[in-house]
Design a protein around this ligand. Structure first.
Ligand code: GTP
Ligand code: MG
Ligand code: NA
Length: 458
């Protein structure tokens, strides 16, 4: 396939950081959307994806210089939002494994926090280039906002005490990075190789200050250092993020296409609850540019789509698709059977990962990703797991979970994350005495289980 500097694919940028540092709000500010306000408990529990075309980035960086527009060679930028809550290590890991570059968001008032350090480890393991957004500068005492402008223009007009506080907080952050063995500098003082010295970009997701600086640096970084890895490659790389029923479209999957091209009519292979699914792409949809894939919107139809992009795929037989699965395309020389085996090896790994205990709780979640997260959380909390399932809770799940009534009644519990419980399933559970806990925030499940276990011991 063609490989040329004039045919770059869009890079993928992953946003990582500790819970509530402002990752989603930062994206909202750039997109002019309100995704964060709609999240349960204000926390992100899924991977998101938003495409920013080059023209939009040019516009948003215009205020940086009076010398003229930035010259952007990549077609655009796909930005992946990840959860910062400690339970979602797996989604951070998945997000970071998709990315070419990353923005590590740090709350300037808090400095480096546990999931900041975890994210740093993920990025170092992948040898990924990243920049740091030092967010929430508007929270410093006496801050005078200059909405959406370049950061240095804002800093200049701050009262002396605020400038002093800023200098103190930056110095502290630099020390904390040094403790992790990393050199860091404010980006405008960083004259060295940005891959060797971490650039700190002060921003505010509330006032928009510093966002031109952040985008400018990001694009500059990709173009300077990544042209080679962004040259268009034909080999397809695609991951399923979510499986969702959409009114008027039926069951759909949200995917991130990180390399190659997808076409309407492609034959695709992915993991399913009852084995590999082989089906044909009926429609390739994307949200409008600068709209979040995980939010329902007026979709745009495409005949084919080039990486990188967040895509909604409509196809028959997706009911049992599993999020987190890889998606493969059957090429002219490919053996469908071997692709089916290849894709299902991923889920076998998950089943091996769960240490199933003869006495333990039942765990059920909407996606492979959230199931992994829940299992990780339970493992750390030392709650034994009897068995797992993905998708809505049916009668047969309750029947299987009810075997615990004899063995360990306090564990005759089903922890259900983000799944529907069928009415007959709930009726059966009530009848036999299996306790079903449902929640849309992972750690609330654990709290409910603990309260229940304590009440039984009494
Ligand atoms: P998770 O995805 O749950 O890890 O959180 P997040 O990093 O996406 O943070 P989120 O966007 O949910 O913001 C968390 C809280 O911080 C919200 O109440 C925001 O309003 C607030 N916040 C985010 N950025 C800023 C900022 O720049 N300034 C101020 N003052 N508040 C902010
Ligand atoms: Mg978020
Ligand atoms: Na949050």
């Amino acid at each position: 396939a063609a490989r040329s500097e004039d045919d770059l694919r869009s890079p993928i940028c992953c946003i990582l950081g500790h819970v509530d540092v402002g990752k989603t709000l930062l994206l909202d500010k750039i997109r002019q959307t309100n995704v964060q306000a709609g999240e349960a408990g204000g926390i992100t529990q899924q991977i998101g994806a938003t495409y920013f075309p080059a023209e939009a980035i040019v516009k948003k960086t215009a205020s940086l210089s009076d010398k003229g527009k930035m010259n952007i060679k990549v077609p655009g930028l796909l930005i992946i939002d990840t959860p910062g809550h400690e339970s979602f290590t797996n989604l951070r890991s998945r997000g970071s494994s998709l990315c070419d570059i990353a923005i590590l968001v740090v709350d300037i008032m808090h400095g480096l926090e546990p999931q900041t350090l975890e994210s740093l480890r993920l990025l170092r393991d992948r040898k990924a280039s990243f920049i740091v957004a030092l967010n929430k500068v508007d929270r410093m005492y006496g801050w005078l906002p200059r909405p959406n402008g370049p950061f240095r223009a804002s800093l200049k007009v701050q009262p002396q005490a605020t400038q002093d506080e800023f200098a103190m907080r930056v110095a502290r952050t630099i020390t904390e990075f040094a403790e992790q063995g990393l050199n860091a500098e404010l980006y405008y003082n960083n004259k060295k190789d940005v891959r060797k010295v971490v650039s700190l970009v002060p921003v505010s997701a509330v006032t928009g200050e510093g966002i031109p600086d952040l985008l400018g640096l990001l694009v500059g970084l990709t173009q300077k250092h990544m042209t080679n890895s962004l040259m268009y490659l034909s080999e397809l790389a695609c991951t399923v993020l979510e499986v969702k029923a959409i009114e008027g479209l039926g069951m759909t999957i949200d995917v991130v296409l990180s390399n190659g091209v997808l076409h309407e009519g492609d034959r695709i292979v992915l993991c399913g609850l009852d084995g590999a699914i082989v089906t044909t792409v009926r429609a390739l949809l994307t949200p409008q540019p600068m709209r979040e894939l995980r939010i329902k919107s007026a979709y745009v139809h495409h005949k084919s789509i080039k990486a990188a992009m967040g895509i909604k795929i409509c196809a028959p037989d997706l009911e049992k698709a599993i999020a987190g699965s890889r998606l493969l395309v059957v090429g002219p020389d490919d053996d469908e059977e071997s692709l089916m085996e290849e894709v299902m090896s991923d889920i076998a790994t998950l089943h091996k990962m769960v240490k199933k205990s003869p006495r333990g709780v039942w765990v059920q979640a909407s996606t492979l990703g959230s199931l992994e997260a829940l299992l990780e959380f339970l493992s750390v909390s030392k709650v034994p797991v009897f068995d797992i399932s993905i998708g809505p809770v049916h009668k047969k799940d309750v029947t299987r979970a009810s075997t615990m009534l004899e063995k360990a009644p306090d564990m005759a519990v089903m922890l259900c994350f983000d799944v529907k419980v069928e009415k007959e399933a709930q009726d059966l559970a009530d009848e036999v005495g299996v306790k079903i806990f449902k929640a849309d925030i992972i750690y609330h499940l654990f709290d409910a289980y603990q309260a229940h276990a304590a009440s039984i011991v009494e």
